[in-house]
Ligand binder design. Structure first.
Ligand code: SF4
Length: 338
């Protein structure tokens, strides 16, 4: 039985941050070695995007906190500190699961005041990370959104999304559904080192193909572009070529930013694996979380012709009536959060 051999820890002694988050129990299981699940009951599921955020959606849903995909550059890391967990290994291995999120969401979407504005998933942590295989929260979320007539988008690195493809295809007949896949790195060694918990780049390209074959117009985020490691013309040309071959509709690319705790976590990796680049990074990120405007402009100039060459320019294609699309988001805007 699926739930056998798991260890339950009593709530006693739980971190105060987790108690505040509604901790019910803590679970470890041999199927997910090295990962601890903290099951919580959330009070609300819909999060309003802060005023002034430059994104085309007002609401997000985040079924989990922390992400076992463990991307070294993930900018959601700092959110774990609100739970009194650390932004490094704890973020990768202490996963907070909102087990009642679908039921709470359904209730919120049923309010007379709900205006059916677009809802984005995958803007903070990945809803199709490994834990979703155990908890199966997404089918309930997708049904709640669809049945309430709410358009939605999903951004993921998780090939587990394939499990829900029939449900998503059916949802797209009722509401606008936009699907985006994140693929930042083609090189196997770099992928294993920098995003060790994610499916391989090949598996994600196959996911793009499966979504495109199912009739979705798929956006791909080539993000973040990691200065001096993935910004070479050959790498970008190869990754855009592979994405186009997989049937994606559009792609966007933008440079890595290093905010808050993510900065130290990433730079400690850089110091270990590419110490010679530290000086260059100090220059590039001398203004803080973002690369210099000069680097951004240089990258834009490098990326634009490649996107055009591979037919991946966002919003430059005719929009066939039959394609399932939303108009509410572009990859670059989504990526402000992912
Ligand atoms: S970047 Fe996305 S997939 Fe990677 S750890 Fe963060 S939330 Fe998970």
């Amino acid at each position: 039985m699926r739930w056998q051999n798991q260890t339950l820890d009593a709530e006693d002694g739980a971190l105060p941050g987790l108690s505040r988050a509604g901790l019910v129990r803590t679970v470890r299981t041999p199927e997910f070695e090295g990962i601890t699940f903290h099951e919580v009951l959330c009070k609300s599921a819909l999060n309003r995007v802060p005023e002034g955020a430059n994104v085309p959606f007002q609401w997000t849903v985040n079924p989990m906190r922390g992400c076992s995909h463990a991307c070294r550059y993930c900018f959601a890391r700092g959110t774990h500190e609100y739970l009194d967990l650390d932004a490094g290994r704890d973020f990768d291995s202490q996963i907070v699961v909102k087990t009642n999120v679908a039921a709470v969401l359904r209730k919120e979407l049923g309010r007379r005041s709900w205006r059916h504005e677009p809802v984005a998933l995958g803007t903070n942590t990945d809803p199709y990370q490994r834990a979703e295989g155990r908890y199966r929260l997404m089918p309930g979320i997708i049904r709640a959104l669809t049945e309430s007539g709410t358009p939605f988008s999903i951004l993921t690195k998780g090939t587990l999304l394939r499990r829900d493809l029939p449900l998503l295809t059916s949802a797209a007949g009722e509401v606008r559904v936009r699907l985006a896949v994140s693929i930042a790195i083609l090189d196997q060694d770099l992928h294993r080192s920098l995003e060790p918990g994610t499916p391989s780049p090949r598996a994600r390209l196959d996911l793009v193909r499966a979504l495109a074959d199912a009739g979705f117009a798929v956006d791909v985020l080539v993000a973040p572009v990691i200065p001096c490691l993935t910004d070479g013309r050959a790498h970008l040309d190869a990754i855009f070529g592979a994405i186009a071959d997989a049937g994606a509709d559009s792609a966007v690319a933008f440079p890595m930013h290093l905010r808050g705790s993510t900065r130290g976590w990433f730079l400690s990796w850089l110091a270990e694996h590419h110490p010679a680049l530290l000086r260059r990074y100090r220059q590039l990120y001398r203004r803080g979380a973002y690369v210099t405007p000069e680097y951004s402009a240089w990258l834009r100039a490098r990326v634009a012709p490649l996107l055009a060459e591979h037919g991946l320019m966002a919003r430059t294609r005719a929009e066939p009536e039959t394609r399932r699309r939303t108009t509410h988001t572009t990859g670059s805007q989504l990526a402000l959060f992912a």
